[in-house]
Write a protein that binds this ligand. Structure first.
Ligand code: ASP
Length: 325
């Protein structure tokens, strides 16, 4: 063995030893979970619940940082460029799978630049409107939108967000083009709707349940195939004359590419413990959803789901002909 080979082997051994030491010691400082939408919205709500429980499990602060904008791609891009050391994570939703088809110039690869940690929750969406919008149910809503398409404002969380996607599907299904108004997340979009500035929006039950039950917004339908038990008075879109209409939001937790496997293992274990936390389960139930089963809160399950969703949405988006730069 020559000097060069020995040196290379020595360096590799040092790198392996330091990765091991890092993983042993992990976490020894606060962890940041980037939410790629504004504070006060549904992704933020799920992230804060999970982060609080992970803080207990990991014995280190797990802090949520909101990096909203461009339908979630700004925050995801930030995490793609972060060090793979387990101290910067991303809690995203379905938008991570639609961004590659929607954005012509995406600065990151949702599969290649991330290490999946696990799925978090599947969350239904609801089609809601400001209280003053005249139609009282889906039967009245469809003709109303056709007759008033020039003045109806549809709010969403940016190109590629779930609310945008749901709106696109809705508009193409009923063949009505509405004016869309983007926000940094559906938290601020909801504030605008409560103020009567925007008319219509699709949003996760994690953001809408309280407002629906409190009579602050009108609710027309849920976007899942089956009704939502906590909002059982609402029909599905499919049962309201739009057969086949379905949008189910899912959340996943990711680390940047290159995060060492032992660190990922600790994070998956902490996520799984958080998803068994009775407090997390109870709070999500109030908000119309539940954590995923433990066997889906794994890197393999998230990796497979992400790929399946990319393949599912890419032809839909291509057919709709929508792009962002
Ligand atoms: N619900 C948002 C969306 O439409 C995102 C958010 O604010 O959590 O994608």
């Amino acid at each position: 063995m020559n000097y060069q080979t020995l040196r290379r082997l020595g360096l590799a051994a040092i790198a392996a030893a330091s990765t091991f030491a890092h993983a042993q010691d992990y976490p020894n400082k606060a962890i940041t979970v980037v939410v790629p939408f504004a504070a006060g919205g549904p992704t933020d709500t799920v992230a804060r619940l999970v982060a609080q429980s992970m803080t207990t499990n990991l014995k280190q602060q797990v802090i949520v940082e909101n990096v909203g904008g461009a339908g979630g791609t700004l925050g995801a891009g930030r995490v793609a460029r972060a060090a793979g050391d387990g101290y910067t994570l991303l809690l995203h939703h379905i938008g991570h799978s639609t961004a590659p088809s929607l954005y012509r110039k995406l600065a990151f690869d949702p599969i290649g630049d991330f290490e999946p940690i696990g799925l978090v929750a599947d969350v239904p969406m609801t089609l809601i409107a400001k209280q003053a919008l005249p139609p009282k149910d889906m039967k009245e809503l469809l003709p109303y939108l056709k007759a008033n398409k020039e003045k109806v404002l549809y709010a969403h969380a940016g190109v590629g967000s779930a609310s945008h996607l749901c709106g696109l599907l809705f508009m193409s299904t009923i063949q009505v083009d509405m004016t869309t108004v983007p926000f940094g997340g559906t938290g601020p979009a909801m504030t605008s709707m409560l103020g009567g500035e925007v008319d219509l929006m699709c949003d996760q039950t994690t953001n809408t349940t309280g407002q629906i039950k409190g009579g602050k917004v009108k609710a027309y339908a849920v976007t899942t195939k089956t009704p939502v038990p906590s909002l059982k008075e609402l029909p599905t879109m499919a049962d309201s004359g739009l057969p086949g209409f379905e949008v189910a939001v899912w959340h996943g937790l990711y680390a940047p590419k290159g995060t060492p496997k032992p660190v990922l293992d600790k994070l998956t274990a902490a996520l799984q413990t958080a998803l068994k936390d009775p407090n997390v389960i109870a709070r999500l139930a109030e908000l119309g959803t539940e954590p995923v089963a433990q066997n889906r809160a794994t890197p393999d399950a998230l990796r497979t789901h992400l790929k399946t969703e990319i393949d599912k949405w890419s032809p839909v988006i291509k057919k709709a002909g929508v792009y962002a730069d």
